[in-house]
Write a protein that binds this ligand. Structure first.
Ligand code: FAD
Length: 289
């Protein structure tokens, strides 16, 4: 199928893009990598009257790596972030998660910020942002606001981006000392959206006892489901922590739906298995083992 007709805007600067989006209001859509939007247009699941293509805005193809975290510009492609050694050194979970996103050709074109704005609960990057407590910077002419991850994902394919706004960047906090992360998922084929997935973050104190353990769950709710399992693990060294109890606590918090790919029960089962694996792996990384 072909997309419904639309007016195509090709701004050359951020200011032009913001003006075009402000003018289009609720009838406008941003075109970034197009890996989700173009199929939706072709299947007539979206019919914006104005398409604002940001691909000429090289000023948004940025990757700023600082000790405190990574700021990813709206035109930084998945592959650019995945391959950056500087990003991996500051926040390794980004690379680990990105390797599970679709296939290399899609990652060459798709953008990290586009994936966040798309807000698919089956996508990896929203879970990563939610787990790490990152944020997304939104702009309209003369106004910029930072939205924390906890407020950014509103529902399936619904984010805090309002009509006329552009997501200009996203911030992923750095991995702190004595901390570890892991991402585990099950998909029917490598590159498919996950039936269930878990991003995990474990922090240890100076005596290498757990001070926090958190997961973000993929594909089991309308938005990434963040669960703090610190109490269930106990304030113990990772080797004696009750990871099975922590995994049950995660299972109890998710409310998956049955669809053509998997039953709700199977998704809940996978969530428990993956949560235990990811928490153990994150704790192992935190101990430096
Ligand atoms: C076969 C296939 C398999 C895939 N598998 C996975 C997978 O396993 N995991 C996964 O996470 N993703 C997967 N994807 C999606 C892929 O990661 C997309 O690249 C991503 O979801 C959207 O990024 P994009 O830059 O292509 O955005 P686009 O397709 O251009 O846009 C997507 C939506 O976000 C909006 N948007 C984009 N950028 C902005 C912005 N800067 N400001 C405001 N709104 C914006 C658009 O208006 C649109 O509504 C898959 C895609 C395909 C085609």
């Amino acid at each position: 199928m072909k997309p419904p007709p639309f007016d195509y805007h090709a701004p050359r600067s951020l200011g032009e893009a913001l003006d075009a989006l402000a003018g289009a209001g609720e009838h406008g859509k941003v075109l970034a990598g197009g890996q989700s939007l173009i199929p939706m247009l072709n299947m007539r699941l979206a019919a914006p009257a104005h398409l604002v293509d940001i691909n000429r805005l090289s000023e948004l193809a940025t990757l700023d790596v600082e000790p405190g975290g990574v700021r990813v510009g709206a035109l930084a492609r998945h592959a650019q972030v995945e391959r950056s050694e500087r990003v991996a050194a500051v926040q390794p979970l980004l690379r680990e998660a990105l390797r599970l996103v679709a296939h290399p050709v899609i990652r060459n074109r798709g953008t990290v910020v586009g994936s966040l704005a798309h807000a698919d609960p089956a996508a990896e990057l929203p879970a990563v942002l939610a787990l790490l407590g990152g944020s997304v910077r939104l702009a309209r002419p003369g106004v910029t606001r930072d939205v924390p991850a906890a407020d950014f994902f509103v529902g399936p394919l619904e984010s805090a981006v309002e009509s006329g706004e552009l997501a200009v960047s996203a911030f992923f906090p750095a991995l702190l000392p004595r901390s570890g992360t892991a991402f585990r998922e099950v998909a029917r084929r490598h590159g498919d959206y996950a039936l269930a997935g878990i991003a995990a973050l474990v922090r240890l104190d100076d005596d290498l006892r757990i001070i926090s353990a958190t997961v973000a769950c993929v594909s089991v709710g309308p938005v990434p489901v963040v669960v703090d399992v610190t109490a269930a693990c106990g304030h113990r060294p990772p080797a004696t922590a009750d990871w099975a109890s922590a995994a049950r606590a995660v299972q109890d918090r998710v409310d998956p739906e049955t669809d053509i790919h998997a039953t709700a029960d199977y998704r809940r089962h996978l969530t428990g298995v993956l949560a235990e694996q990811a928490l153990r792996d994150a704790a192992r990384e935190a101990t430096g083992a």
